[in-house]
Each structure stands twice: as structure tokens, then as C-alpha cells.
Ligand binder design. Structure first.
Ligand code: MRU
Length: 341
């Protein structure tokens, strides 16, 4: 498979990304040279997953500043502010987007050149590869031989610049020779589980069964799930975590039936400026995504729909947080702050 996203060339180059809306049936690489194109790809989920849109955000700032061709240092700062604001607003829930754009703003303040911006964007990408590797190592021992692991949405190579978050843990356990199988929630409405997670796991040689989202609670209740691992789009200072809609429901079933559930997230996904999950903005998406499947209308004309893309899992429902800097277990604000520095 092509890399999820990569920068090609020098500061006059372009951002190449796999259009995830077409997977697994088609592998199309989009080449972005203008800001509107990158923003469109982020909004329609051609590139998606919190760390991956953070990486894309860095390159988007390079492209946006370049196309506005600021004539002097004052214009550079003005344009940089404008572009950072546009990029940060592309999607509201994943904090990685604004976090990465702000890093570019700070770098551009100190060093107002396109080369410096590109250097920072590349650093964010390189760091993400390392964060994924570290999360895999920290979490791999949670998967014991014979475990049946359930996951939701896609928290893998397609959602990050590296090996993933929750899936990096699975890849690391697999590399250590631990035998286990995975249940992948299909993840309506956009099917990131059946289209993307199942693809990644099967390509890696990890046994995976796709289940409809509504089957998860029943399997958990029947004792057919040993561990739940998901990613997150934003983790608050108290450990509450926003992730793909349906994650909260999984956590309720996990708590009721004593199945350990961990969120796997890098430091870049933590937002210590929000005290709890109640302050995390939840993206509402086009109702048409619910009324259709893969562009095919299934509901009758005139029917309405609600389409919250994320929900918040309270820290109290989680056994712990797997981060690149270690396992946080049990979850307290103090432990989170101590682990993340
Ligand atoms: O709407 P998406 O597909 O961008 O949502 C992605 C998720 O919810 C992932 O679980 C999350 O970003 C963690 S990714 C490593």
C-alpha cells in the first residue's frame, strides 16, 4: 500500500495522500498543491484519523503560505496567521489539527521562511512515526495469547503518519509472536472499520472479523471479548476521551461486563487545556452520510438524520490510557500531567 501521506520534493513540492474514501476497492493518490484541496481532503475524510490530519495540517500550512506569496516579513506573519486559522478550523474534534498548525505558527514567528515551515511539518511527521512505535511497545503486553481484541473505527497506519495508535499495539504484539484475533466494528456511517481497519489487519496477517456496530455489546456480554483498544481524537486533562461515535457505548458495555478497555493516544492528542470531556467540541457531519451507504441512498426521501461523528468516553469507564510515554493506569489528572510532563 502507498504511504498514507507524504511530502514530495522541497518547499515547492506537494502533499501526496491516499484517498481513503475509495479504499479498499481503489488506491488513488491525490497530489495537493493548493490549500483548498488539502482542506477539502480533510473535510471529506480522504485523509482522516487524529494524528494523520495533524500531519496533513502541517503540510497544509506550508502550501497555504506558499500560494499567498507574502512579499515581506510583515505579510508573512499576516498570511501565516490567516492560514493557521483556516487549517485549524477544518475539523473541530481532533486536537492534533490545531496543535500541528500552532506549531507551524510558532516556528514561522521565529523563522519566517517556507523552508522553516516545511522543516517543522516534516518534523511533526517524523515524530509521529516515533510516537506510534512507542505506543506499540508500551501497549503490546496488554494483548495476551489467545485474546479476542475489539476495536472501533480505524486507529492504524491510515490514521497516523506511522503504524497507528490502537493498531500499533496490535502490530507490536503480532511482531512479538502473540497469537490473537480482532473484532473490527464496521463503524457506520463511513465504515472506517470494515473498509480500513480490516484491510490493515488482514494485510499484516492478523486474524480479523468485521462485526456490525450493534453486535459489539452482545459479544462483550457473552464473554467473547477479552480486551478493547481504540484510539482517540482528543483526551481531556481528566482522561475523558473523544473518539469515533460508538466508542462511549462500547465503554458502557465494557464497564458492565468487566472487560478492560484502553484508549491508545500519543501526547499530541492530549489537550490539557480542557478539564473534562464536556468541553470537547463534537463534530456534526452531513446527515446524508447516515441516510446513505457509500453514496447509495437507503432512506426514503424526506427522512431526517443526526450525525454526530464522535462521542466522549468518561475516564472512569477505562482501565487505562496507553501513551507514547507510558501506561497511565489508573487514570487521574495528576498521573496524566506527570506522564506527559
Ligand atoms: O472521522 P475519523 O475517521 O477521522 O475518526 C477517526 C477516529 O475516530 C479514530 O479512532 C481516532 O482519530 C484515533 S486515530 C489514531
Amino acid at each position: 500500500m502507498e504511504p498514507t501521506l507524504r511530502w514530495v520534493g522541497d518547499a515547492q513540492g506537494h502533499l501526496a495522500l491516499v484517498d481513503q474514501t475509495l479504499l479498499p476497492s481503489r488506491q488513488l493518490v491525490l497530489e495537493h498543491r493548493d490549500l483548498a484541496g488539502v482542506i477539502d481532503s480533510i473535510k471529506r475524510l480522504a485523509v482522516r484519523g487524529a494524528p494523520a490530519i495533524g500531519v496533513a495540517a502541517g503540510f497544509a500550512v506550508v502550501i497555504g503560505v506558499r500560494e499567498r506569496a507574502p512579499a515581506d516579513a510583515a505579510a508573512f506573519q499576516r498570511v501565516l496567521d490567516e492560514v493557521v486559522d483556516i487549517v485549524s478550523a477544518a475539523r473541530p474534534t481532533a486536537v492534533n489539527l490545531a496543535w500541528a498548525a500552532e506549531r507551524l505558527r510558532e516556528r514561522g514567528r521565529r523563522e519566517p521562511t517556507l523552508d522553516a515551515l516545511l522543516d517543522e511539518a516534516r518534523a511533526i511527521h517524523d515524530e509521529d512515526v516515533e510516537l506510534c512505535r512507542a505506543m506499540g511497545e508500551v501497549g503490546a503486553d496488554l494483548i495476551k495469547p489467545g485474546f479476542r481484541v475489539l476495536t472501533h473505527c480505524n486507529a492504524g497506519r491510515l490514521a497516523t503518519g506511522g503504524d497507528g495508535t490502537a493498531l500499533a499495539v496490535m502490530f507490536a504484539a503480532h511482531a512479538r509472536g502473540t497469537p490473537f484475533k480482532v473484532f473490527a466494528d464496521e463503524t457506520r456511517p463511513l465504515l472506517q472499520g470494515s473498509r480500513l481497519t480490516a484491510l490493515e489487519l488482514s494485510e499484516a496477517g492478523i486474524e480479523v472479523d468485521v462485526i456490525v456496530d450493534s453486535a459489539a455489546a452482545g459479544l462483550i456480554a457473552r464473554g467473547e471479548v477479552d480486551l478493547i483498544l481504540t484510539g482517540a481524537d482528543r483526551v481531556a486533562a481528566n482522561g475523558d476521551a473523544a473518539n469515533k461515535v460508538g466508542t462511549y457505548g462500547l465503554s458502557l458495555a465494557a464497564k458492565e461486563h468487566g472487560v478492560p478497555m484502553y484508549i491508545v493516544a500519543p501526547a499530541s492528542t492530549f489537550d490539557l487545556s480542557v478539564a473534562s470531556g464536556a468541553e470537547i467540541p463534537i463534530e456534526d457531519r452531513d446527515p446524508e452520510e447516515v441516510l446513505s451507504i457509500l453514496g447509495h441512498r437507503i432512506a426514503a426521501p424526506g427522512v431526517g438524520a443526526r450525525n454526530p461523528a464522535f462521542d466522549v468516553t468518561p475516564a472512569g469507564h477505562l482501565a487505562g490510557l496507553v501513551t507514547d510515554r507510558g501506561l497511565i493506569h489508573p487514570i487521574t489528572t495528576e498521573r496524566i500531567k506527570a506522564t506527559l510532563g
